[in-house]
Design a protein around this ligand. Sequence first.
Ligand code: SF4
Ligand code: SF4
Length: 331
Amino acid sequence: MITVRSLLDDAWYDRYLKICNLNIRSSIYDVTNACNLRCKGCFFFSSDEHLTGEEKDTAAWEAFVDAEKARGVNLAILIGGEPTLFLDRVEAFYRRLPSFCATNGLIKVPRDRFPDMMVGISLWGDGETERSLRGKDTFAVSSKNYAGDPDTYYLYTLTAQQLGRIEHMVRRIRDIGVKVHFQLLSNDEGADGFSWSPEQLRDVRSEMDDLLDRYPDTVISSRYYHEVLTTGTMLGRRFGWMECPSVSETHDFRNPQPRRLIRFRRWAADLKTTHRCCTSATRDCDTCKDGAAHMSWVMVNKRAHIRTARDLQNWIEVYEMFAKLYRFIPW
Ligand code: SF4
Ligand code: SF4
């Protein structure tokens, strides 16, 4: 019988043991419907998910987080809108649960108040691409706010326009002493020239692989993640609605049920509404390039990877990547 132990040598088995019992139960929270940017292709605004109301009372947020903790959540992923516009709400999570804050980096998370909260800064390219898609070169500001911060990484959303130019930003990130993780733009608002062709997906995969090899201390990623994300396939299966692990349990009536994130919900800022999934409710699942959903897809399908040593090592590398990005294991 093929077992985990039979597939791994001692070094890989040791790595496996460090992650196999983490038992991560994440959910995602829109901290606010407001943002200090309006990026072209933002899934949140393009799907009108910002039109729910917004709970304003901090005590209500605190009670809500207590209830989420009782529901079994052990990782709160805070998004928006821009969470740093409402730090009292962020604090309601931070004081109760391991929390991760996604931000555009324009406002610095005060480290005296949130000393070790992991911060993920969105980045969409070099200054030119950022100005064209986001109206501002955010790196110019965020790099000053977060230089040298050990609990920060850039979540670099790659676009076809970045092909051949990604290294420039990876170097700049390395030079300020911060990490970087890649994902791909899904182009929810159909911005001209920002959709992926099959050739561009092949090229971006090889560019990501190359950068991972050459900047191993800066790039937090794995070759298998690049493969799954760019091909949309895993072990011969195709990513899409019937496979996606990141659907809110309140919206999940699929039959048969795929393997999924246990108890996962994405909550709106009114603290009553749940959105369909971790990203845009109006996105076509067949073209979804959400990095976290693809990463989770691998993670929830451990059993399918207990097949060959390489398959299981691929699974371990993706799980380690997730665990690093959310502070469950060190960089
Ligand atoms: S900073 Fe984030 S939430 Fe705000 S508009 Fe841009 S992508 Fe959307
Ligand atoms: S849009 Fe993406 S993350 Fe959302 S349900 Fe579809 S495949 Fe999953």
